[in-house]
Design a protein around this ligand. Structure first.
Ligand code: SF4
Length: 243
C-alpha cells in the first residue's frame, strides 16, 4: 500500500508546525500496519534519493532494505573513532556486498586531539559531552540540507523509544525522520537476516545485542536487558541523537 502525501514532504521547513506535524502524524498512522518493505517503497516514492539511512552496523538490515528500492542509497555511519574492530569489519563487508554509498560522519577532532583538549577517556568522565562531540554534532552536520533520514529505532529497545512514530518531523535537524522498523521485535530482525542471508556483526553472537562504541558497550548476560550493556554503570541510556 502507499500513503498519498498531501504536501511536498521534501520541503516542509517553512510550513506551520501544527499543519506539518498533523500531516506527518496522519501519514505515520497510515503506515503503522505496513511492512518495512512497503514503508521503504513509500520513502523511495516520496523522497527519491534525497534521503540518507543511518546505520550503526550492529546489523545490515536497513542498508539492505533500502538498497532494494534506492540502489546507491547513501548510508550514514557515525565514525566516532571508538568502534569495535568487528563493527568496522561489518561496515566494510556491507559496503562491498550491497549497492550503497557510504557517508562517514566524522567528529571535528580525532581522538588524540580530543584527549589533548579534554583529557583522556572523556567517555568515562562526561559521556554526554563525548557523545555530543563524536555523534550528535557530526550527525547534525551530515543531515544539514537533506529532506529526510531513516533510522533503525525500534519501540522494544526501551522506554525512551516506546512511542516512536514511523514518520515524524525532526525538529532539531529540520527534516523528516522515518523509522520503518519501529514495530519490529528482535525475532523480526533475526527473521529478516535469515531470509536475506545477511552478513552479521560477529559481536551479536558473542553476547552484545546492542552495540555502540567499545568503551561504552559491554557484553550482557542471557535474559538481561539488551541495552543494559550500553553506558553500564551510568544513568545514561541514549547517545542523544534520538532522544
Ligand atoms: Fe564517546 Fe561512549 Fe558516546 Fe562513543 S558512546 S561517543 S565513546 S561517550
Amino acid at each position: 500500500m502507499t500513503a498519498a502525501p498531501l504536501l511536498d514532504l521534501r520541503n516542509l521547513r517553512d510550513l506551520h508546525a501544527t499543519e506539518r506535524d498533523s500531516a506527518l502524524a496522519g501519514i505515520s498512522a497510515t503506515l503503522e500496519y505496513s511492512s518495512a518493505e512497503e514503508i521503504a517503497g513509500w520513502v523511495a516514492g516520496t523522497f527519491g534519493s534525497d534521503v540518507i539511512v543511518a546505520a550503526s552496523m550492529q546489523d545490515a538490515v536497513l542498508p539492505h532494505l533500502f538498497a532494494q528500492v534506492i540502489p546507491g542509497i547513501e548510508v550514514l555511519f557515525l565514525e566516532t573513532g571508538y568502534h569495535f574492530p568487528e563493527t568496522l569489519l561489518t561496515l566494510d563487508r556491507a559496503v562491498r556486498a550491497l549497492p550503497i554509498t557510504l557517508v562517514q560522519a566524522l567528529p571535528r577532532q580525532s581522538v588524540p586531539e580530543q584527549d589533548a583538549e579534554y583529557g583522556e577517556k572523556l567517555h568515562d568522565r562526561d559521556p554526554n559531552l563525548c557523545c555530543f562531540l563524536r555523534k550528535v554534532e557530526p550527525l547534525a552536520r551530515s543531515l544539514d540540507g537533506r529532506a529526510a533520514w531513516v533510522t533503525g529505532v525500534r519501540r522494544v529497545e526501551g522506554p525512551t523509544r516506546a512511542s516512536t512514530p514511523i514518520v515524524s518531523w525532526d525538529e532539531r535537524h529540520g527534516l523528516v525522520k522515518i523509522s520503518p522498523l519501529v514495530t519490529w521485535s528482535d525475532e523480526d530482525v533475526e527473521a529478516y537476516q535469515v531470509k536475506h542471508e545477511l552478513l552479521r556483526n560477529p559481536l551479536v553472537a558473542q553476547g552484545y545485542p546492542s552495540i555502540g562504541c567499545a568503551p561504552c558497550t559491554r557484553r550482557v548476560a542471557p535474559g538481561e536487558d539488551p541495552r543494559a550493556g550500553r553506558w553500564s554503570g551510568n544513568d545514561k541510556t541514549e547517545c542523544g541523537i534520538h532522544a
